[in-house]
Design a protein around this ligand. Structure first.
Ligand code: ADP
Length: 227
């Protein structure tokens, strides 16, 4: 069972690395942000609450995230492990995550912390665009990640949109939340001896290589999972 977690500030590259690992090792990528963005489209009281909270940059209430995470981890495709991005985001969620893993009698394999400077995060936030059809992520501020046409996906032709929380005001709140609530849990995992810090300031392929060098040595990653 391979359980890989990413902890990092907004736009540090959690989702991009998780997607690459998911493809390479055939493990599901669980992003609480992506699940919440889907919920935010629902025409319901919860949908409206989540929509408003995401746009503000604040954290969604724990009871909502607990329910969705327990349900998702319980699904069949997680039986050989999974990659989790966006959870836990505070100390209470970290305790809840341990409780879920203990119940399943499984252990966390790795926590990767992506270290990125705030000025670089700001640039990535402003330039980030996502395809509404296939979910591919681009960045207008990075020549290596720019789409050929500003608002069209190179792969599927879908429309590229900017997330409602990808603006400087929301970013400041999300970054503050990260420093106050999320960053302190790194120490909790350091005590468990599972943390690796990765420099995420440079090219995605460089930080991906650093991460993959560690994971590819794991005996839990069976040959069946490798692609
Ligand atoms: P980023 O890390 O770039 O801020 P995410 O997609 O991970 O993006 O999260 C977007 C938003 O979703 C967060 O700002 C927060 O409002 C909400 N969210 C995601 N995960 C959680 C969580 N575990 N607990 C509470 N809120 C969450």
């Amino acid at each position: 069972m391979e359980i890989i977690m990413f902890i990092a500030a907004p736009a540090a590259g959690k989702g991009s690395h998780a997607k690459l690992l998911s493809k390479k090792y055939n493990l599901p990528h669980i992003s609480t942000g992506d699940i919440l963005r889907e919920i935010s489209k629902e025409d319901s009281e919860i949908g409206a609450y989540v929509h408003e909270t995401l746009a503000s940059g604040k954290l969604v209430k724990d009871d909502i995230t607990y329910k969705l995470i327990e349900k998702r981890i319980g699904e069949m495709d997680c039986k050989n492990g999974f990659i989790i991005d966006g959870f836990p985001r505070n100390y209470e969620q970290a305790l809840k995550f341990d409780e879920i893993l203990n119940k399943k009698n499984v252990k966390l394999s790795h926590v990767f912390v992506l270290d990125v400077d705030k000025e670089i995060l700001e640039k990535r936030i402003i330039g980030r665009r996502t395809c509404e059809d296939c979910g591919r992520v681009y960045n207008l501020n990075n020549p290596l990640e720019r789409p050929k046409q500003e608002s069209t996906c190179d792969y599927c032709g879908g429309h590229l949109f900017q997330r409602s929380d990808d603006n400087i005001k929301s970013f400041e709140e999300r970054y503050k939340m990260y420093l106050i609530k999320t960053a302190p849990i790194i120490e909790y995992y350091e005590k468990q001896g599972v943390v690796t810090h990765v420099d995420g300031n440079h090219k995605l392929e460089d930080s991906f290589k650093a991460i993959d060098d560690i994971i590819s040595k794991d005996s839990d990653i069976s040959d069946n999972n490798k692609k």
